[in-house]
Ligand binder design. Sequence first.
Ligand SMILES: [Zn+2]
Length: 295
Amino acid sequence: MLCVAAAMGCATPQYALRPAPQPVETPDVLQIERAISAQQAADFARQGARPLREGEILWGFEPQAVLERLARVTERPGLPYQAYLYQGKDPNAASLADGRVYVSTGMLAYLAGRSRGPDELASVLAHELAHTTAQHLVKRYQTLQQQQVLLSLVNAGISAATRSAGATAQGVGQLALNAAALLRDVANSGYSQDQELEADQLGLRYLLRAGYDPRAALTLLEDFARFETPWPFLRTHPYSAQRRAYLEQYLRETGASAGSGAQERIAQLRRIQQSYPPGSVSWQNLQRQIEALEN
Ligand SMILES: [Zn+2]
């Protein structure tokens, strides 16, 4: 992957406790999300992608139910979350900015072969959801756009100084033409390492909140280390060992490591919470208890 700026994290990012995402849903941001998603959805449609029905079971998994259970505990519970299946022998998954999440047939077959129940599928989907809630594609778009504006102004400035003032207007016209190319670049580019690590950590939180076993993310990463191009670093670098170390550190620091009383209590409270409508008084009371345990 092309490393576009030092700020995007060319060097291996250090471990950090990430703040909860604060989604921006202004009309212009939603418009960028829709435009990027339309491009990516068209690519998946060409690979035979189709939406999964509520209750549809594939390889023993119910992807739409797992996705919805996780989506409810994210910072963007209101998006129309929809799981899609596409044909691909590599175990892979991807999320769009607008709530669509794609899983390859290869991923479901691979997870089914491991026979570890829904927790590992949940860990894949939780990681993907985190890219959506943290708005990683929008941030990539905005970064690329800023660079393009700067570059264009510099070019226009040089032209204006050496030739004519009309060059500035030409430069601005070029910007509009580049918007489509920019969307294509964002749709085709992977995430930065820093964004992947952030998605890992947010994904763990969603697993804990939804009552799934967070250790599933670790066992899965361990196994992915044997693949040459492991999900989700297909277009970046196989830093599986480092990602695993960071996740273990997070679980240690937050007291959510396997077997701890707090983790079991949180999972129990989450299960109870699911019998109440999200946002109801009982749901909120349980939420407060859960957050106290998580902190
Ligand atoms: Zn990812």
